[in-house]
Design a protein around this ligand. Structure first.
Ligand SMILES: [Zn+2]
Length: 133
């Protein structure tokens, strides 16, 4: 690539604000007895999804019971390592946050009829996602 072209590309990326990489905040995973406590408060604010949606997803994926406590932490019945939980959360982000068209994390989830729709604020794509049971 020509130097000028390269500079133009860098400038454009800076302008659009997409130069910042998508770096979701870390989650805290604590094992307490037979329970796993997940503090994903910062993450949920960052990705702008309801905590209940993630908790349902985790329960389904881990096939474990779960609930949200009064401190907005997700409590999962059973012992799960931080690595396992993080992997599931990465999967969640890939499926329910990152736009499948353009890869932008700048998306919204909306309910249309009974379906969950992902709407991308970057490229305007709209597509349904599987419902979390
Ligand atoms: Zn998009």
């Amino acid at each position: 690539m020509e130097y000028e072209e390269l500079m133009k590309k860098i400038t454009n990326e800076k302008k659009s604000g997409k130069g910042d990489r998508f770096e979701p905040p870390e989650i805290d995973v604590i094992q307490q007895g037979q329970k796993t406590i997940i503090n994903a408060d910062k993450l949920m604010k960052y990705i702008n999804r309801p905590m209940t949606h993630l908790s349902k997803f985790l329960m389904h994926e881990l096939t474990a019971p779960g609930q949200i406590d009064e401190n907005s932490r997700i409590i999962i019945g059973g012992k799960f390592s931080r690595r396992v939980v993080q992997e599931k959360i990465n999967q969640y982000i890939k499926e329910y946050v990152i736009c499948k068209q353009c890869g932008s994390p700048d998306t919204k989830m909306e309910k249309v009829d009974k379906n969950d729709i992902i709407r991308c604020l970057g490229c305007g794509a709209e597509y349904p996602v599987g419902r979390v049971r």
